[in-house]
Design a protein. Structure first.
Lengths: 510, 319, 383
């Protein structure tokens, strides 16, 4: 018997068109924190999905506690005491914490010895106990909808612990957290290890690995390229292995040359569908030649600010000025015409019509104008030409050129198409919401370069991102939002990452 | 006044049980416009089994009420398999599937009714005669003013429906099946991650809606129409859908909506009768439930919240 | 060849013609129709009749194949013209469904919209005694406007109050049915036929019993209009800004809104067009194919049109072909029933089955592409 609790040998997994895992072998020791490092699409999640029972490998073997197993379902994985904390939370927002945790493993009691029912009261007690034992205090009767992101993550962790997992897989757990929350979480993870659990940490953030992990496997394009002892390796070495070349962490960027005011937001208030104020009395200005970034934890009102400026959501109070003109009540079309480009957060449900061709999507903001159409009649040839031009200029890769159905394109290329379309409008104001989400590192660098280039051309840029690193790298001015309010606006040089993090949690404000 | 309550209840309760079927299906995430077809097909199978058994054994068709009830539920459930397969396995658009099923139910049952009448009974008829189920009155309670009408001339099926409705509530809100079903309609990924098969849950939810709709359909056939014919497709299923939308996909408020429809209908008929208007005026009063539906929808549609994942095709392969 | 392999190759050959994506809009409906006819044949066999005979009679009755004998003044040509006459309202109705569908809306209220516009045209023009030259165009205009308004109402309710159009159109169907039945029975009833009184020949959109070459034929004027409008609609949907916007709204409301398209206006507009087309279906039906209205009955065309539109892939030209097919099934059923002794109602069953299998189209498409992927994989592993 080997000393590994988990062993994966020669794992190969193919999907149509790509080999997600190519002969990968790893072994994980009981009671260690094992990190899995790699870029988006390097095959980390696939490998762990095999361990979690979501996929079956095409080739290779899995051993748990020395026994060969074929993990056929998440249920089976749970039986082997393997639990996964998902990156995208899988919670029912209408249900209480308890209901979410017990879903699938409900404790049953019988009424009058005949009618079985779910014993919520007992479950509440058990979960309260459990949460105290692991330092993850929650109120089990609260609904998910009322919880912050980091609390929701606690529920995900508790879900796994409730199922008595010994091997815990964390899939990019820090992506949505503030620096302080990250520290707390890493503390929890270390605590779990010290309590005897085995932890697998999927991440692309090197500092985290450096902080808590014992060993680290590096994947690149589906292949295992390194198995490292974390203490003896520098972050620089890890990064090189991960990307396969030297990387430049900081983007080169000349200091901003700010000119006239382009966007001015005054006392903006926005209510959501349920009538809650999600943006409260927000004021800021962006100048020509400035990148203004809004930092914040997800769902704190930042997306609503972008929607309000672009006209997608109704404004309940305050005013918005573009180049001095009041656009608070203008239609979306008029705002585009007056000069707003908008790269939305949700590219599939807002940015693109997935069933339309690529050229049509590239023309989505200009189809009604000359030369793409005249007198209400579309000119298909012009659509083609316009599409081809953008495809070349922005290097959009697709199967059948302008005729490709956007649905069949990769996420990265879909994003490129949107960015191409929006930059091509050459609007004085460009709004980027999470422009690099789900895009690989090479493309991220590229998108950052494009933003800085447009800034240098005199555009005003509003960047909304959940990635604090991105904001610290690119922004000239940072506004930090918490609970719908801008807590702080300052130039990026005057703020440290930690300070921004404190403002993001509402721990500090002016 | 009493007739309004008596007729109103006997209309509202079958509607209510169909609406509960709709709630099951939609709470699990499957849009269900096929209730109309389910209830018609269920009633067809119920009526068919009654006339066939009566024909074979010589039993009075009145006595076969419970048998036909049972068969109607089986029939409705069997037909609902089409919707389940189309919208869960074949991943067809759920609205299209529902509409298609309604059209198919009408065509199929009309054809089969005439065909079977011709072959088995040698009669050129497009209906199965059933008669009206017997009613009972609880003495004592029936004498209470106003409320007494609730206990007067009650169809047995009204009691059955109330019992089943209570059980349906228990199943949906107290058991693990109900908990998983409701979660499937809100966030199927969470159910999947919990190791529960979403498709299975949804499949059974659609079958339950078929079963309950069949029950509702045969109740109408054995009361208002006293026969089975294509007249069963009066839009009961759609009224049930409207009722569950006002009811915000919850059982008790849905009951209130159904009662409202029932009393609007019986009240309208009562007014037309008591004012001794010519028969064509009943047509005018017939529109009351439908107009009411539209008006109520105008007020309620915006504030109501459908199950979050309703109508979305669930593809678990995607991460 | 083993049995298993045989089945595989059979499946392969069945699916192969559908694997070309370009032809899928045509090949998949054809496969659905074939499967439906096979299913219908099984039903007919179960009753103990000959399905081939029945289908042959179906085509004879519709004027596609010659009957052994004809009554006086009748021929295959007159039968065929009757087919076109019956087909005209179906084309309009199916276009109505198709336009709404392009905008992501389900117009199940075609029957009600037909009835309202047919009724209004009947009482305003049909009983007026106006000259044909004014009456006929006026009928069309009233039909279009009445249907358009009713469709627009549905669009407005959807956009303004978020009322599911399926529910609202069905409610309006019932309301229209009862209200109009009331008016007909109160004011316009013909005591003999128990229908509304017949309209003047001048207002009628079909020229009936025109004697040419010793044949008495019905000439449906609306048919030509239906073809023109179908072509016009294809142009509007494919080539104009209006069509582009409607399709964008239908494909992805959020993205359409984001692109600056007025979603509300386009929702209402699509329903107005759809209702207007349904109105034309109504006038060509009640003031063309028929010349009176039966109270308390909704025409089945409104529902058949959903089948036709689905089958025609919501494409204006496709709709012409699919209406042609459905009309044949409908029109031929009487003759089939008298010749083969099969109940006429089977025709709606066949239509229902076609509809059912068309609804599985998306699944078929998915299956076909999966099979293709497998094929590629196999080839790769073999080589």
């Amino acid at each position: 018997m080997s000393d590994y609790i988990v062993e994966m040998k020669h794992i190969t997994k193919r999907f149509p068109g790509i080999v997600a895992n190519d002969d990968v072998s790893i072994g994980i020791k009981k009671g260690e924190i094992f990190a899995l490092l790699g870029e988006n699409g390097a095959g980390k999640s696939t490998l762990m999905s095999i361990l979690g029972g979501m996929y079956e490998p095409d080739e290779g073997e899995v051993y748990i506690r020395g026994k060969k197993v074929q993990i056929s379902s998440p249920n089976h994985a749970a039986k082997l005491n393997i639990g996964m904390v998902h990156q995208h939370f899988k919670l029912v927002s209408d249900y209480t914490i308890t209901e979410n945790i017990i879903l699938g493993v409900e404790p049953i009691k019988k009424f009058a010895g005949l009618f079985p029912y779910v014993d919520i009261r007992n479950a509440n007690r058990k979960i309260e106990e459990l949460s105290k034992n692991f330092g993850l205090e929650v109120d089990p009767t609260k609904k998910i909808a009322d919880l912050t992101v980091s609390m929701q993550q606690r529920v995900e962790i508790l879900k796994v612990l409730y199922r008595e997992a010994e091997i815990l897989i964390f899939d990019e757990p820090t992506a949505v957290l503030t620096p302080q929350e990250i520290d707390f979480l890493l503390g929890i993870i270390e605590g779990l290890r010290n309590g005897g659990k085995t932890i697998i940490l999927i991440t692309h953030k090197l500092e985290e690995i450096k902080k808590v992990a014992d060993r680290c496997a590096v994947l690149n394009k589906g292949k295992l390229v390194g198995m490292l002892d974390v203490k003896e390796t520098s972050t620089k070495q890890m990064a090189q292995l991960m990307v396969g070349r030297e990387v430049n962490f900081e983007s080169d960027k000349a200091p901003a040359v700010m000119k006239e005011e382009v966007l001015k937001v005054e006392h903006l208030t926005v209510k959501n569908e349920d009538g809650f104020e999600v943006v409260k009395d927000v004021s800021f200005t962006i100048h020509s030649g400035e990148i203004f970034a809004i930092a914040g934890v997800a769902d704190n009102g930042q997306v609503e600010i972008a929607d309000a400026i672009a006209g997608l959501t109704k404004v309940n109070g305050g005013k918005i000025f573009l180049e001095g003109k009041d656009i608070t009540n203008e239609s979306i079309r008029n705002r585009t015409e007056m000069g707003i480009s908008y790269i939305p957060e949700d590219r599939q449900s807002f940015g693109l019509v997935l069933d339309f061709e690529l050229s049509t999507n590239l023309a989505l903001k200009q189809y009604y104008r000359e030369p793409l159409s005249s007198k209400g009649v579309l000119n298909k040839e012009e659509f083609e030409q316009f599409g081809s031009k953008l495809i070349d200029k922005y290097d959009i890769r697709s199967g059948q050129g302008t005729k490709t159905q956007v649905r069949s394109m990769s996420g990265g290329n879909q994003q490129k198409a949107i960015i191409a379309r929006e930059i091509e409008l050459q609007s004085p104001l460009m709004i980027f919401v999470q422009p690099t989400r789900g895009v690989d590192i090479g493309a991220i660098e590229n998108i950052h370069k494009m933003m800085i280039h447009e800034r240098d051309q005199g555009k005003a840029i509003l960047l909304i991102s959940l990635e604090l690193d991105e904001i610290m790298n690119v922004a000239d001015t940072i506004g930090v939002i918490y609970n719908g309010r801008l807590q702080k606006i300052a130039s990026s040089e005057s703020l440290t990452t930690n300070e921004v993090g404190e403002y993001m949690m509402g721990a500090k404000h002016e | 006044m009493d007739t309004i309550i008596i007729d109103g209840l006997s209309f509202a309760l079958p509607l209510f049980i169909m609406a509960i079927g709709g709630i099951y299906s939609e709470k699990s995430g499957i849009t269900n416009l096929a209730l109309e077809g389910f209830q018609g097909f269920g009633a067809f199978i119920g009526a068919l089994s009654a006339v066939l058994i009566a024909h074979a054994t010589g039993t009075d068709i009145q006595n076969l009420f419970y048998v036909s009830l049972l068969f109607a539920m089986i029939g409705g459930m069997a037909f609902s398999v089409i919707h389940a397969v189309l919208s869960i396995k074949f991943k067809a658009d759920q609205v299209i599937s529902g509409v298609v099923i309604n059209i198919l139910a009408l065509a199929l049952t009309t054809f089969l009714t005439t065909q079977i009448n011709a072959i088995v009974f040698g009669a050129a008829s497009d209906k199965f005669r059933l008669g009206v189920s017997e009613r009972f009155t609880i003495e004592g309670l029936a004498n209470i003013p106003v409320i007494g009408a609730v206990f007067t001339n009650v169809y047995p099926f009204e009691v059955i429906i109330i019992v089943i409705a209570f059980f349906a509530w228990y199943l949906l809100y107290k058991t693990k099946f109900g908990m998983r079903l409701r979660a499937s309609g809100e966030n199927p990924h969470s159910v999947d991650a919990a190791g529960v098969n979403v498709s299975k849950i949804r499949f059974s939810a659609v079958l339950i809606s078929g079963l309950l709709s069949g029950l509702g359909g045969i109740c109408f056939a054995y009361s208002i129409s006293a026969n089975f014919s294509s007249n069963i497709y009066m839009g009961y299923g759609f009224l049930a859908i409207a009722a569950l939308i006002f009811g915000n996909w919850r059982i008790l408020p849905t009951l209130a909506a159904c009662l409202l429809f029932g009393f609007a209908k019986s009240g309208g008929a009562f007014i037309a009768q008591s004012m001794a208007l010519p028969s064509s005026f009943t047509d005018l009063f017939m529109i009351l439930p439908y107009v009411l539906t539209l008006l109520l929808l105008i007020f309620f549609s915006k504030s109501n919240r459908a199950p979050r994942a309703l109508g979305e095709i669930y593809d678990k392969g995607k991460r | 060849m083993s049995k298993d392999k045989k089945i595989k190759s059979l499946r392969y050959n069945l699916i192969r013609p559908m694997s070309n994506e370009k032809w899928q809009p045509i090949s998949i409906p054809i496969v659905s129709i074939l499967i439906s006819f096979i299913a219908a044949a099984i039903v007919i066999l179960l009753i103990g009749k000959n399905p081939l005979q029945a289908f042959y009679n179906l085509f004879q009755g519709a004027g596609i194949l010659p009957k052994p004998s004809y009554a006086g003044y009748k021929s295959m040509l007159t039968d065929f013209l009757s087919l076109l006459n019956a087909m005209t309202p179906l084309v309009f109705a199916s276009l109505a469904v198709a336009v709404a569908f392009k905008a992501g809306l389900f117009n199940i209220g075609v029957s009600g919209q037909m009835l309202v516009s047919g009724f209004l045209a009947t009482i305003v023009v049909g009983y007026s005694g106006l000259d044909a030259i004014i009456a006929k165009p006026l009928v069309l205009v009233i039909g279009m406007v009445a249907g358009g308004l009713m469709g627009g109402l549905v669009g407005w309710l959807k956009y303004k109050f978020n009322i599911n159009e399926v529910v609202s159109t069905i409610m309006l169907n019932y309301i229209a049915q009862y209200v109009i039945s009331f008016f007909i029975q109160m004011y316009y009833i013909d005591p003999v036929s128990r229908q509304s009184k017949y309209i003047s020949e001048a207002a009628r959109l079909t020229l009936v019993n025109v004697e040419i070459a010793n044949l008495k034929m019905d000439i449906p004027l609306g048919f030509i209009l239906a073809i023109i409008i179908a072509i016009l609609l294809k142009f509007v949907m494919d080539k104009t800004v209006v069509g582009f916007e409607i399709k964008a709204v239908g494909s992805n409301r959020n993205a359409a809104k984001y692109a600056g398209i007025n979603v509300g206006r386009n929702t209402v507009l699509a329903m107005v067009i759809s209702g207007g087309l349904a109105g034309l279906a109504g006038v060509t039906y009640y003031l063309g194919y028929f010349s009176s209205i039966q109270p308390k009955v909704l025409s089945s065309i409104g529902f058949d049109s959903i089948a036709v539109s689905l089958l025609g892939n919501s494409h204006p030209i496709g709709v012409i072909f699919s209406s042609f097919l459905i009309s044949i099934i409908d029109q031929g059923s009487t003759y089939m029933s008298s010749q083969a002794g099969i109940r006429q109602e089977i025709s709606s069953v066949i239509i229902g089955l076609i509809l059912l299998f068309s609804a599985c189209g998306a699944y078929l498409k998915h299956k076909v592409s999966r099979l293709k992927e497998k094929e590629v994989d196999q080839k790769e592993s073999e080589s």
